[in-house]
Unconditional design. Structure first.
Length: 386
């Protein structure tokens, strides 16, 4: 007589076997997005099997880490745990993410910056660094290289109302404008522009579940950047037009990059977000300018969209003044692979250098550049930038 399925379901040994083989089954039969984790995921190396490693205990730790990462079901289980912690306790189980009121998400570094934690402790050393910075860029401009500094918007400054214990932000941005206005002579102050437009903008300029400017805000910035570069004398720039605009309560592109990094099960509904359809129309003359962009992650959207190829004759993106990206999706190289002489020659050969940074990264990027400046231009008498 054939046993019914109900008979097997009632047997505890069947449940034990199912639990034992569940990771294997989940590994073999993947369930779409639940397995693909977002954010900075670093797979552990394959364990080295040796008698010495076993005696030292390294092999056991490496094997445990490897199995934990690659065992089937890690993605769904991690997402389930993250979803529970966020729903039950309003906790983000992701490094560097801070939850605010009303479901607002922030990157922790922006909150700390707004509290003034990243401001220089040594005012004299900071002012010396700014003077050296200004002297170098003035020299470049005298030789024909124009400079444009862009203050990208910090979410903790732009939308502080949903952050606890933050009524009056006091970030690097405020410090620099107070103590060193001469360092921001050639400035496109997107932070101030976005803050003033916060209550009147038709759509969010920085999204609720994202780190960077919204796709809508990014297109507005691109339009202003083209106009500023035209005022600086760059030739052959295209005209930015929009074929139309779409709206959605579900984020696209990078508008929910913080939420994606939290690896939840369910997407969160957003406020109404706008998605203009850009169309860069080339003029009668081709682009002529040789441009270098040194930026933090705020430039990735424009770079990956391929816009620079329509705007400039030559272009490179130096990410955090550490990695060189000549073209989108073609990999990078270490900036320091160039000799100091080559780096200086490249800087001096550009028609325009655009420096894009948001408030928490002012000193991170600036000191990295100053540390390199004593190698590129020792005649300035620069220290090591620290």
């Amino acid at each position: 007589m054939r046993k019914s399925i109900k008979t097997y379901v009632q047997r505890p040994d069947v449940w034990i076997l199912a639990a034992l083989f569940l990771p294997l089954l989940l590994h073999l039969f993947r369930f779409g997005h639940l397995h693909r984790l977002q954010g900075a995921i670093y797979p552990p190396p394959v364990p080295k099997i040796s008698l010495q490693a076993w005696h030292q205990g390294n092999m056991q730790h490496q094997t445990e880490a490897w199995l934990k990462h690659y065992a089937g079901g890690r993605g769904p289980m991690l997402r389930l745990n993250n979803e529970f912690m966020y729903l039950a306790y309003d906790l983000a189980r992701a490094g560097g993410v801070k939850t605010g009121y009303h479901g607002e998400l922030y990157e922790n570094a922006y909150w700390e910056d707004a509290l003034g934690i990243y401001q220089p402790k040594n005012l004299h050393a900071a002012m010396d660094s700014i003077q050296i910075w200004t002297r170098w860029w003035n020299r470049l401009e005298q030789n024909g290289t124009k400079m444009l500094f862009i203050a990208a918007p910090s979410k903790a400054i732009h939308r502080p109302q949903n952050l606890p214990n933050l009524s009056h932000p006091n970030a690097n941005y405020h410090w620099l404008k107070t103590h060193a206005p001469q360092a921001t002579t050639h400035l496109l102050d997107v932070q101030s522009w976005f803050d003033q437009a916060a209550d009147t903008a038709k759509y969010p300029l920085i999204p609720k579940h994202g780190i960077h400017w919204s796709y809508y805000g990014e297109q507005l910035f691109l339009d202003s950047l083209l106009k500023r570069m035209e005022a600086l004398g760059l030739k052959g720039l295209p005209e930015l037009r929009f074929k139309g605009i779409e709206t959605s309560h579900w984020a696209r592109f990078r508008d929910d990059d913080l939420e994606k990094g939290m690896n939840l099960i369910f997407n969160r509904k957003d406020e109404a977000l706008a998605y203009p359809i850009p169309d860069l129309k080339q003029g009668t003359t081709p682009p002529e300018a040789k441009v270098l962009v040194i930026s933090d992650s705020f430039y990735w959207g424009i770079f990956n969209a391929g816009h620079p190829s329509k705007m400039f004759a030559e272009h490179e993106f130096w990410y955090y003044y550490g990695s060189r990206f000549p073209k989108p999706k073609q990999g990078s190289s270490d900036l320091l692979a160039l000799s100091p002489k080559e780096r200086r020659a490249y800087l001096e050969s550009r028609d325009l250098i655009i420096w894009i940074s948001t408030s928490p990264n002012y000193w991170k990027m600036g000191l990295r550049f100053l540390a390199d400046l004593h190698r590129m231009a020792p005649e300035l008498g620069v220290g090591n930038g620290e």
